[in-house]
Design a binder for this molecule. Structure first.
Ligand code: PMP
Length: 362
């Protein structure tokens, strides 16, 4: 078997060890005579997986006791709607930092529910940068401030998060950088992420919510969309995506074995530097999309001056075992997604391919 150099944006590479462990346990889990997928979500075995996965999230991400960890469905896109449904109030707008496509989708849903305000935007710079913390203006009466921690399409990432005074909770979409670096969770009211980049397969969405925010869910919205339905039921209100949660459990154990999130961050920086260095040393042959201080450690976006060469780059890379290097259809160009599970070896191979491609076409 030859594993591809997988740079997919999501669903994305999973650790080989995790896939092998799942394979080992696929037909029978825990001596139950059945697969985890065939088991009741009310069984002691599954409940243990549910509880252990929450405990691992808490341990690895340093989540304080006054937060719940939820495993929901509907993807990060459903959270775009669920957040305003639960937290917007008349006279209390949702404030959004606009850094690209995903923030636009989030605010669009919120506008259907209530009032919104743009707290900062880098649209005039084609979303090539993250607004500086001093640019972010949050009204005192805001229900929350929402930001996209890592913009998967543009390849920009918050290097640090704003501290907001008063009573305004900070909410972050961490779909594409959760558990890639240590975070001070106590700065946030709510963090959410679809699993399919850094946590496991698609199908489960992790929500980390401060208890007081979960208590506020209005009774006028359907029970399934209320955060407090899920906090009260330990994410077992209805049938959970049990296999996905089990896979997240394996990925979290893998992170733990690697030494934890701080070690993962160093690993990620080292491997992505190989690619960013190649861009920076190319004398302009490759051009990074994001401003240097806003560069993402998860999604490396870049261009070649000539679109025909970009097409050739994608074609030849595929012939050499690379997958997923074509940029998002909305922005074009090239993108390498380098999530936690993407091996150093894949990044080294890509850096070498880039050097070779430039030698032949520069
Ligand atoms: N937010 C970000 C930052 C994303 O990258 C994505 C998926 N690429 C989404 C939200 C949407 O996630 P989902 O497909 O799980 O709804």
């Amino acid at each position: 078997m030859k594993r591809a150099y997988n740079f997919n944006a999501g669903p994305a590479a999973l650790p080989l060890e995790v896939l092998q462990k799942a394979q080992e346990q696929f037909v029978e889990y825990g001596g139950a005579g059945m697969s985890i997928m065939e088991m009741s979500h009310r069984s002691a075995l599954y409940e243990n997986v549910n509880n252990e996965t929450q405990a691992l999230m808490r341990e690895l991400f340093g989540i304080p006791d006054n937060y719940h960890v939820l495993f929901l469905q509907g993807g990060a896109s459903q959270q775009f709607a669920t957040i305003p449904m639960n937290l917007l109030r008349p006279g209390r707008p949702g404030a959004y930092v606009m850094t690209g496509n995903w923030a636009e989708k989030a605010i669009k849903e919120a506008k259907l529910i209530g009032e919104t305000v743009v707290a900062a935007s880098s649209e005039s710079d084609s979303f090539k940068r993250i607004p500086s913390l001093s640019e972010i203006a949050v009204p005192d009466n805001a229900a929350y401030l929402h930001l996209t921690s890592n913009e998967t399409i543009g390849g920009t990432q918050f290097a640090e998060y704003p501290t907001i005074g008063g009573n305004v909770p900070l909410i972050a979409d961490m779909s594409s950088d959760i558990l890639s670096r240590p975070v001070d969770i106590s700065k946030f009211g709510l963090i959410y992420a679809g699993a399919q980049k850094n946590l496991g397969p698609s199908g489960v969405t992790v929500v980390i919510i401060r208890d007081d925010l979960a208590e506020e869910s209005p009774k006028t919205i359907p029970a399934i969309f209320r955060y407090n339905t899920h906090t009260k039921n330990n994410s077992l209100y209805n049938t959970p995506p049990s296999f996905s949660v089990y896979m997240v459990n394996l990925v979290l154990n893998w992170i733990k074995e690697k030494g934890g999130v701080a070690q993962i961050e160093q690993y990620n920086r080292d491997k992505t530097n190989l690619i960013y260095d190649q861009i920076d040393q190319s004398g302009g042959f490759y051009k990074g999309f994001a401003h240097n201080d806003s560069r993402s450690v998860m999604n490396i976006t870049f261009r070649i001056h000539n679109e025909e060469l970009e097409k050739l780059f994608v074609k030849e890379s595929e012939q050499q075992g690379f997958v997923g290097l074509k940029g998002h259809r909305d922005v074009g160009g090239l993108r390498a997604s380098t999530y936690n599970a993407v091996p150093h070896e894949s990044c080294k191979a890509l850096a070498e391919f880039m050097a070779d491609f430039q030698r032949r076409n520069g």
